[in-house]
Structure formats: C-alpha cells, structure tokens
Design a protein around this ligand. Sequence first.
Ligand SMILES: [Cu+2]
Length: 194
Amino acid sequence: MVTPVTSTEIMRSRRGVLGAALALLSSTSLVAACQAKDATPAEANKAKGGADHASHAPAAMSTVAFIEVWKTPNCGCCKLWIKILEKEGFKVKANNVAQTAGIRTKLGIPDDMGSCHTGLIAGFAIEGHVPASEIKRLLTEPESLRQQVIGLSVPGMPIGSPGMEMGTKRDKFDVMLVLKGGKSRVYQSYEALA
Ligand SMILES: [Cu+2]
C-alpha cells in the first residue's frame, strides 16, 4: 500500500522553494542520443509489484530544484530523460520500482496520460518525457494557476521527445497540463520534425 499524498504535504513542498531553485536552473542545451527504447508502458505494466518506495517525498529541497523520479529498473529512455534533467540543473533522485502505475495514480495522473516514468517536483507530478523547459515554466507560473495544477504529462513515449531521440526525427507531441478535478489541456505543442 502507498499512503496518499495529502494536500498539506503538497502545499508544504511547494512553499519557499521555487525561487531559490529556479535561480540555479541554467538553460544548457540538450545533448542526448537514444538508439532504442526499452520497455513500453504496456510491457512495464505487466511487471508485478508495488510502488512502496513511493511514499516519501523529499524532506528538504533546500536550494536545488529537486525532482524525485520513479521508473522501472531497465528503462533506458527513463535514464536518458534523467540525464537531460541533470544537465538542465535539476537534482534527481531516481527510484526503481516494478511498475510505475501505483505512484502515477497516487499523484493524480490519469491512466490515459501515462508514460514510462513518473516524477514529483515541488508537489507537481511530471509524467513521461516532459521537456525540462516546460517543468521550469510550470514552476514559474503564477500561484493562481499553480494551485489548480496536478502536473505535466507527455502521454506515451513520442519519438523525439527528451530521452526518446532518434536522430533528428520527431513526432508531433503535446505536453499536457493536468488539472485538479480531472481536466487537462495542452500546455505546449511540439511539431513534427522530419
Ligand atoms: Cu520512456
């Protein structure tokens, strides 16, 4: 069993961290090569087990943009995405779990928005291959918007999203803003590249 994240915990983790964290984020360029994806979400979901590791949010995020990530052990594209975040100035704690659906559900991401890994930063869920720039953008949104937000998702594993590089090819994909109450909307569209 995983314990639910309370709104109190989320609010506490959001408060007082963002300003210092964002100051440290630099916009270095993304350099990552990916030749193959490992487990698809469907394959990953076949694995049995729970997400017991998922119950502890970071105790202190201090001055670094700290993101905790849950992934399956052999997920290569998850590792590439994490590397990109680290290059972009995030501090990442990666947890291996047999499947990520448990933590995804716990954090409020709908199943149809699911991907191969789930993150938690400043109380926001980050599902799948979300570009670092969109995470930074979310963290700088006005409080009035942030209060309505569960997090961001790139559903599935689109080719050309960060960590899913295949040369210069990119499928069109959307970064979705997942809102409390079950709604979501497109936060940013990325056009296809040949
Ligand atoms: Cu992936």
